[in-house]
Ligand binder design. Sequence first.
Ligand code: TTP
Ligand code: MN
Ligand code: MN
Ligand code: MN
Length: 381
Amino acid sequence: EPQETLEQPHYSSRYACLRPCPLESPNQELARQLAVIRQDRELDGNATSALVYERATSVIIAYPHKITAARMNELAKLPFMGEKMLAKVEEYIESGTITESQKIAASGRFRALSAFTTIYGIGPSTARKLFDVFGLRTFDELVAHFSTNELPYLNDDRSESRIQTRAPTLKIQAALALREELNERIPRTEVEAMHSVVMAELEQIKGGCTGTIVGGYRRGKAYSNDVDIVITHPSLANEPSLVSDLCEKLVNQLFQRGLITHLMHLGSFLQPGAPRHPSLSTIEKALTVFRLPPQLDPRGVHRRLDLIVVAPETYWTAIVGWTGSKMFERDLRLWAKERGLNFDSSGITRRSNGKQYFPQTEEEVFSTMGLGYLDPTLRNA
Ligand code: TTP
Ligand code: MN
Ligand code: MN
Ligand code: MN
C-alpha cells in the first residue's frame, strides 16, 4: 500500500535519502578537507563529532552550486550547517584551505592511524592501541608485531553462521601481506568480469540465478574498493534454508576453483543492535577475498568480493540496502523509523504490528516508505 503523497527529493532535505547527490560535486575539495576532520574524529573514537562532520559534508556535496561568499546566506539555512561548520566553510572560501584540516593531515599520529585502519580487521580502537600502547609507527613494525601476536578476532563469526565452508579466515598477517592489492581500486570492466565469473559458477550450481552488481559500481563510480553482488533464484521463495544453502555452495565452489582465497565474514545480515526476526533468514552474506582466474587477470590481484544471497521476495529491498551510499542508507533507516517502519535489506516492517512489505520493484521500495524515487547515480550522499 504505497503512500499517496511522496516526499520529493531536494538538496535542502535533512535526510540523505532525499538529497539527489551525483558523484561529482562543485564543492569536492571543500568536502575533501572537511572529511579529513571527520576521519580524525573517527580515529579518536569521537563518533558524535564525526557524524556532525559527515552530515554537514553530505549536505555540501549535494549542494548544486559552487559555494562562494555570495552563497553563504543560503548555505546557512541548510540542515547541519552550525556556526562552527560555517566558519570552516568561510575560511575555505577566503584562503582555499581549512587550518584544522591541514594540521590534522600533517600530524604523525593521524597519518599512522589512518594508514593502520586501511588494514582489514584494524579499526580505530585497535589502531590507537597499536600506536599508543605498542608504540608502532610503520607497516614494517605492524608486520613484526603480528608475526608473534594475533588480533583476538577478525570479524568472522562462524558461530552465528549457517554456512559451512573450508575457506580460511583472513588472518591479520595475510591482511597485511595483501594490503597493497586490497587497497588497489577496481575499474568497472574488472568489476563486470568478476560478476561474469561468479554468475557462470552459479549457473553450474543452480541454473537461472539473477545477480545484480550493487554498491559504488551501481552508483556510477569509475573505480570501486570492492565488488558487491546481490543474488537470487525463484526457487528460494519462502525457503530460508535454501538461501543459506545456495550461499554455502557458491562460496565452496569458488574456493575449490581457487577464486575465493579467504573469508572475512559469513552469516545472516544483521544490523548492529537490530532485533532478530524471522525474515533475517531470507538473506545470507559472505564477505570474501577473490581473484580472477589467470586467463582473465595475469597479475591475479586479490580483490574484496561481497556476495549477498536473498530470497526473491526480499530482492529489491536488498538491492536498495546494498546500493548505498552508507550515508544514504543510514538516513533511509532513520526516515523509515520516524514513520513507524523498519527498513533493512531483508524487508520493510511496520513496527506497530509487525506487518511486512516486500516491494517488487525498486520504485516500490521508495514509495512504500513515502519517498520520491532517486536513481542510483543520485545516491552518492
Ligand atoms: P561498501 O561495499 O562498503 O561501499 P560502496 O560499495 O558504497 O563503495 P566501495 O566499495 O567502492 O568503497 O558497501 C556497500 C553497501 O552495502 C553500503 O551501502 C552499506 C551496505 N552494507 C551493509 O548493509 N552491510 C554490511 O555489512 C556492509 C559491509 C555493507
Ligand atoms: Mn585528533
Ligand atoms: Mn562496495
Ligand atoms: Mn562491500
